[in-house]
Design a protein around this ligand. Structure first.
Ligand code: PIT
Length: 339
């Protein structure tokens, strides 16, 4: 069922940040947390007047730069009218926070969905997912936007059944002007390209490296550059030190390996563009391939281990932060809290 995902339940809108009272217009669920990050949390939410369900990204205004960053995120999302890119609905500023209201999808993270024991993951499934991600990226790049933080967590399923996916989180995205030499120093080590690690100029091909890493992981369940710590991971990236693990890739097609090999390339100019990816034989004739290939990928077991480890790491960091907080508050030191 490689049918395209339905568009958002609302037409694309050009959103401008406005001041307003949130609770008179929206019901934010404090319990139902969809995601989070340094900025704050994402909650489910409904618009009172219409009953429309949305995802509300609540961003705390802490530093002077926070608002500037959110304005950039709004500007970027205003360009991105595409069914594989999460849509922006509204943006409200309050004295302490800025809230971005986004399209709600109910399927959760792609990797969380496909590790389910009841899910039968085949190579054709991977093609269907990767095709849609490439379609989203192609549109983004066509609109001169770089995502710069493509990773499995930022790919969501539209529903608990079916195979439709959308890209989220434009918090690090940038408008790209080839005349300006854009350099960035953020992202997640496992998915960073050599040019980001080296603090060199980034471009469209920077997102394509990440697409290669995500595809590698879907096919094998292994993270190609992951080391025992961030330094080791970054060194692996810089050396472009990766290979197809023989046992795990045994049942993976040569076309798939060729696809990945044309993305995870140290030299930026050597990587396929999103348009070239969509022309690649691996992402074509899917209906025909679906008839022939129904083999369950070995990657599912390893992906499960990967997701469990990631969950554990996140919890660990959360518990550490909570303990630090407890220690500080019980010591009565308010300066340590920045109060
Ligand atoms: C969902 C469903 C949905 C949107 C999201 C999650 C959004 C998550 C998100 C978005 C961001 C970000 C972090 C997480 O920085 O419709 O389960 O921009």
């Amino acid at each position: 069922d490689d049918v395209p995902p339905p568009p958002a339940p609302f037409a694309h809108r050009i959103v401008t940040l406005r001041s307003g009272d949130v609770s008179s217009q929206f019901n934010l669920s404090s319990k139902d947390i969809l995601g989070g990050g340094k900025f704050g949390e994402v909650h489910t939410c409904t618009e009172k007047q219409t009953g429309l369900k949305l995802a509300a990204k609540v961003i705390r205004k802490q530093g002077a730069k926070d608002k500037e960053m959110v304005l950039l995120e709004i500007d970027v999302m205003n360009q991105l009218n595409h069914r594989n890119l999460i849509q922006l609905y509204d943006a409200i500023e309050t004295p302490r926070e800025i809230i971005l209201f986004m399209e709600f999808v109910e399927g959760g993270e792609l990797f969380e969905r496909i590790i389910d024991d009841d899910y039968h993951l085949t190579e054709v499934d991977c093609m269907v997912f990767v095709r849609q991600i490439c379609e989203g990226i192609r549109f983004m790049h066509h609109m001169h936007v770089l995502h710069l933080d493509l990773k499995p967590e930022n790919i969501l399923c539209v529903a608990a059944t079916g195979h439709m996916v959308k890209i989220i989180d434009f918090g690090l995205a940038r408008r790209y002007n080839p005349q300006e030499k854009l350099k960035v120093n953020f992202g997640t080590p496992e998915f960073l390209s050599p040019e980001v690690v080296n603090y060199e100029q980034v471009s469209y091909s920077t997102d394509m490296w990440s697409m290669g890493v995500i595809t590698y992981m879907l096919l094998s369940g292994l993270s190609p550059f992951l080391g025992d710590n961030d330094t080791e991971t970054l060194n692996n990236v810089l050396a472009a030190n990766w290979y197809f693990d023989e046992e795990t890739f045994e049942s993976v097609s040569d076309e798939a390996k060729d696809f990945v090999s044309n993305l995870i390339i140290k030299e930026k100019s050597g990587r396929m563009s999103a348009g070239q990816c969509l022309q690649h034989p691996w992402l074509n004739n899917l209906a025909e391939k679906a008839k022939r290939c129904n083999r369950r990928l070995k990657s599912q077991v390893l992906l499960k281990k990967y997701v469990m480890r990631r969950r554990w790491k996140k919890n660990f960091i959360g518990v550490c932060a909570a303990n630090r907080f407890k220690k500080i508050t019980s010591s009565g030191s308010l300066t340590a809290l920045g109060v």
